[in-house]
Design a protein around this ligand. Sequence first.
Ligand SMILES: C[S@@+](CC[C@H](N)C(=O)[O-])C[C@H]1O[C@@H](n2cnc3c(N)ncnc32)[C@H](O)[C@@H]1O
Length: 248
Amino acid sequence: MKRFLKIIFGSFSLFIALIAVGLGYLKTNTIARQKFFAGFLNKISDENNTAMMALRCNEVLSHSRIHGHVLEIGAGTGINLACLHNNTRIIDYIGMEPNTHMYSYIQTAIKQWNVPFEVRLSSNSATAMTDVESNSIDTIIMIFVLCSVPDPLSKELLIEAHRVLKSGGELHLLEHIAADSNMKPMMYAFQRFIEPAWTIIGDGCRFKPTTNYLDQMKTIYTKVSYQKIEIPIPIIVARDGIKGVLTK
Ligand SMILES: C[S@@+](CC[C@H](N)C(=O)[O-])C[C@H]1O[C@@H](n2cnc3c(N)ncnc32)[C@H](O)[C@@H]1O
């Protein structure tokens, strides 16, 4: 029995040590981390999750909302093209995505959905969209991006989005956020506990009080509206979310 326990304990310690070494490697090697994250995101971006796809396609990216010259901030693996490809109101689409290891997945999505409009990919950060003219974009899409943008760049990103939007243009967003520390103290504490590892695996993603950034935009945008929602994904710790619209 003692020997058996020793083996179990030894195997468990080895397993933890391997995870720690892997996380340490990803933390210090940006290219490896971005490659890992692109593959990981592609694995967990599940188009068969009907509740999640309904939230993306029917609520945040419905055809009545998304039109004209469209800019997606943080296009990721191109999963949102599943919602956009048959939207005849889209003239063209810019996918702003600094992690170029995502591009092969985006190209696959473009082929898979036979995307009819012109697509341009840009590796710029959305905090400095030097290749996008001021007042040129009708609709901005941003899904699960602000969590990855370090402070104080979230504010800069939202101000830069305002610059490129046409007057009356809209930014449609969906984000996962930090749990409310008063309403859900256990979840909030758990998020804080796992955040160091979560940030490495999620290439910079944190549990953030995103509504604060949106509230700061009320003096810059004509209208800022958002509501708290539960995101229908299996990863319980990332279910607290918001969806919203910022209008220039
Ligand atoms: C969690 S992924 C979400 C991807 C996709 N929007 C989705 O719905 O699955 C966040 C994405 O934002 C991108 N990102 C992070 N910082 C960015 C920035 N400053 N400008 C543009 N994209 C950024 C990351 O490279 C990553 O692809």
